[in-house]
Design a protein around this ligand. Structure first.
Ligand SMILES: [Zn+2]
Length: 302
């Protein structure tokens, strides 16, 4: 089982939220120019397996480190990236991984879930089950096919809720155009709400409140920086600095003004800077809160 120390710091134990995580001499000008010196960020949701397969991982991780992003959580989406996810977590001390079958990757849930169960049985260095959930946005419009796809997603999601409980792991949830049904299945699975995060939260404050009432976590991507995301910013305001969790979802969803370009974990710094402006606080406060919340969430199984 991983310890908090080797999950989130490469050079020593983390003893408090104001303590410097790693050797500050390693940082380049980018961080210190911004008056950002005593805290680092954690990208709680990204897909570096893609950079790994392209042979660009070292460059991407170095850029992240220079932007004070000290740790990233590589999110699994299906059999095609599970092996890479595990390899990355074993190879890179600044990377943790999760394993899960993304709703849009569900095709033959029986065999896919069998593979997931057998991988989990080997006790891989995996800090959560995810990303899992329901995505009704990317499925067929044709009623019969749509219904079938929804059923398959529900089967996969419910089984993975069960696996998270079996292995006492947190759950990283993807819910798109399916918020109520996602809540219903979590309820039916008698989930531990405090160990669930709704990633890339893009819903209304009313829906955010439903999660907060249950003690469920909400995390935000660079979408908060987009011009047309006023509703998401209202939810961000409601969640507040205290409960903040941040992610890039790289290589997708690059923050403004890079929208449409490839996203990388280093851009988490831009998202954090935006939050500092938004909450009228220092970048260090954003880092302190979001890093503390990320650490608590992904280590809550231990
Ligand atoms: Zn993702």
């Amino acid at each position: 089982m991983l310890s908090i120390e080797n999950m989130f710091c490469t050079t020593g134990p983390f003893e408090g939220s104001t303590k410097i995580l790693c050797d500050m001499n390693d940082y380049d000008e980018a961080g210190s120019d911004r008056g950002f010196s005593a805290q680092t960020l954690i990208d709680t949701h990204c897909h570096p397996q893609i950079f790994y397969r392209q042979g660009r991982l070292a460059t991407v991780l170095e850029a992240a480190r220079r932007a004070n992003v000290s740790h990233i959580v590589a999110i699994g989406t299906g059999p095609d990236d599970w092996d890479d996810s595990i390899a990355l977590a074993k190879q890179e001390s600044s990377v943790s991984c999760t394993l899960g079958l993304h709703p849009s990757e569900v095709s033959e849930p029986e065999s896919q879930l069998e593979l997931l169960r057998s991988l989990l049985a080997t006790k891989p260095p995996c800090v959560a089950i995810g990303e899992v959930g329901l995505d009704y946005y990317h499925i067929s419009e044709e009623p019969t096919v749509r219904k079938r796809q929804q059923e398959l997603q529900a089967v996969a999601f419910s089984e993975q809720i069960r696996l998270a409980k079996q292995y006492d792991l947190p759950l990283v949830v993807h819910a798109r155009s399916a918020f109520d049904e996602t809540l219903r299945l979590l309820e039916a699975g008698d989930v531990d709400w405090a160990k669930v995060v709704f990633h890339c939260f893009c819903e209304t404050p009313e829906k955010a409140q439903q999660l907060l009432d249950r003690g469920t976590k909400v995390s935000f991507t660079g979408i908060i920086t987009y011009k047309n995301a006023a509703v998401v910013r209202e939810s961000l305001r409601l969640v507040g600095l205290d409960r903040l969790m941040l992610e890039t979802d790289a290589p997708w969803l690059a923050p403004h003004p890079l929208r449409g370009q490839e996203n990388v974990p280093a851009y988490l710094l831009r998202i954090a800077e935006y939050c500092a402006q938004f909450f009228s606080c220092s970048l260090e406060q954003v880092a302190e809160h979001s890093t503390r919340n990320a650490r608590a969430f992904f280590a809550c199984y231990s």
